[in-house]
Write a protein that binds this ligand. Structure first.
Ligand SMILES: O=C(O)c1ccccc1N[C@@H]1O[C@H](COP(=O)(O)O)[C@@H](O)[C@H]1O
Length: 207
């Protein structure tokens, strides 16, 4: 079953729709972004219900102390590291928390991607994206099989430029453990409930 994460949630309406739809993960952006929320705002948007979506925090080059503080205040289950965090940084973070750690990797499509192999024993999942997060831009999907070889058995999420009209093509062409979307379910920079519903429905049809 392909897991579904919808990221950049800033309103209760979007949060509640994702709960109703049974999404697997709800993402909050704590990095500098038009989607940035404070830990307190993320906490106020909703709570994790027993079988409801897990709460993912998206960070870019945050300190260990900053990550742990935000996770505590916002009630996070997953720390998504979307910057230049090294394998060594992930190892240190892992020694301080039982929360899941996901490493987002900006696909280079060259020999630099081999560095991904160094994360396999220090994170819980890898998320492939274009070189910067939250831009709505795809990376070349034909790179996925080679990247999967580096990440071995780790769960692999695909992000970057997904939307309701292309996620079916991705899932038809490539096996992935999860998909992650932000820009592609927005209209004029605001989460669009109809697009969120269409995205989740499309993924469910394929899996
Ligand atoms: O969404 C953001 O603003 C953001 C900012 C900084 C780092 C990551 C960010 N979002 C992540 O980017 C990917 C893909 O987003 P999109 O669908 O292409 O817009 C996703 O993993 C978000 O969590």
């Amino acid at each position: 079953m392909t897991k579904i994460k919808v990221c950049g949630i800033k309103t209760r309406e979007a949060y509640e729709r994702l709960q109703e739809l049974g999404a697997d993960y709800i993402g909050f952006v704590f990095a500098k972004s038009k989607r940035q929320v404070t830990p307190e705002q993320a906490a106020d948007l909703g709570e994790k219900k027993a079988d409801g979506p897990a709460r993912v925090g998206v960070f870019v080059n945050e300190t260990v102390e900053g990550l742990l503080h935000t996770a505590e205040v916002a009630g996070l289950h997953v720390l998504q590291l979307h910057g230049d965090e090294s394998p060594e940084f992930c190892r240190k973070l892992r020694q301080r928390t039982n929360l899941q750690i996901w490493k987002a990797w900006g696909v280079h499509n060259d020999e630099r991607d081999a560095v991904l192999a160094a994360y396999t024993d220090v994170v819980d999942a890898v998320l492939l994206d274009n070189e910067r997060g939250g831009t709505g831009e795809k990376f070349p999907w034909d790179a996925i099989p080679a990247l999967r070889a580096y990440t071995q058995d780790l769960p692999l999420f695909i992000a970057g430029g997904l939307h309701p009209d292309n996620v079916g093509d991705l899932l038809a062409a490539h096996s992935t453990d999860g998909v992650d979307v932000s820009s592609g379910v927005e209209t004029q920079g605001v989460k669009d409930l109809a697009k969120i519903t269409a995205f989740v429905t499309k993924v469910r049809e394929q899996r």
